[in-house]
Design a protein around this ligand. Structure first.
Ligand SMILES: *Cc1c(COP(=O)(O)O)cnc(C)c1O
Length: 232
């Protein structure tokens, strides 16, 4: 890690925090009601260290082995690790042991394994259900009509804490289209909150669309490129 990279990460973080602040204020929300999750996939542990030094405490990883290796390399830092990638049912143990949040849960079998494999002394694992809002066959996630049943089943698992919803809408450069997709996620959460009022999380919005997500109530934005630079 060269100093110039650390300086760039610092400047990028300042700019992203400013965007979050402006988007929150425009929506009549407190800027601190939006958590910045720094997505460090494919980036070196030293880049995470730089972002941590600049104030980030929450980091997101997509690839299990990479995330576990990075968490071990950074064991000296009090980082909250979020698993945001697709989950293979036979790889749940390391996720349950090494991470604090899992954003992409979309089937009961995975949730049951995460609950069974979660070390009790670590406290419950925070879970977001991934909602497929764009109805693309290639994207994982549950459909709206499957949501209630899955949420009810997960609520009964002892070592998980259901927090809310996560979504990755189809990319769009049209802010109106972006907001429509995020609004659908917000409405789905509001419906779940009628039954489970403690749900408090909307994980949505990335580098290109965080403003639209915040306008629709995002409580966690997941930003990689605009903090760490393009991925090779
Ligand atoms: C890579 C990734 C991000 C970050 O995307 P950027 O466009 O680089 O900000 C956010 N969420 C998920 C699920 C990702 O895989």
């Amino acid at each position: 890690m060269t100093d110039t990279t650390a300086v760039a990460i610092n400047a990028n973080l300042t700019a992203v925090h400013k965007r979050i602040e402006l988007a929150a204020l425009a929506a009549g929300r407190r800027p601190h009601s939006v958590l910045l999750l720094a997505v460090s996939k494919t980036k070196a542990a030293e880049a995470v260290r730089s972002a941590f030094a600049a104030g980030c405490r929450d980091f997101g990883e997509n690839y299990l082995q990479e995330g576990v290796d990075k968490a071990l390399a950074l064991i000296d830092l009090p980082i909250c690790w979020h698993f945001i990638g697709p989950i293979q049912a036979n790889k749940t143990r390391a996720i349950a042991e090494q991470f604090d949040w899992v954003h992409g849960v979309d089937r009961l079998k995975v949730a049951q394994r995460l609950s069974a494999q979660r070390p009790v002394e670590k406290g419950p694992l925070n879970i977001c259900l991934q909602l497929n809002v764009s109805h693309e066959a290639s994207k994982s996630g549950v459909t709206l009509d499957q949501l209630d049943e899955l949420a009810a089943a997960i609520e009964s698992l002892p070592n998980l804490r259901l927090r809310g919803l996560m979504a990755i809408p189809a990319p769009s450069v049209d802010p109106v289209e972006q907001r429509a997709a995020f609004a659908a996620v917000r409405q789905a959460l509001e419906k779940l909150q009628q039954r489970w009022p403690t749900l408090d999380t909307l994980s949505m919005g990335m580098s290109a669309d965080l403003e639209a997500a915040i306008a629709e109530g995002a409580t966690i934005v997941r930003v990689g490129t605009d903090i760490f630079g393009a991925r090779s």
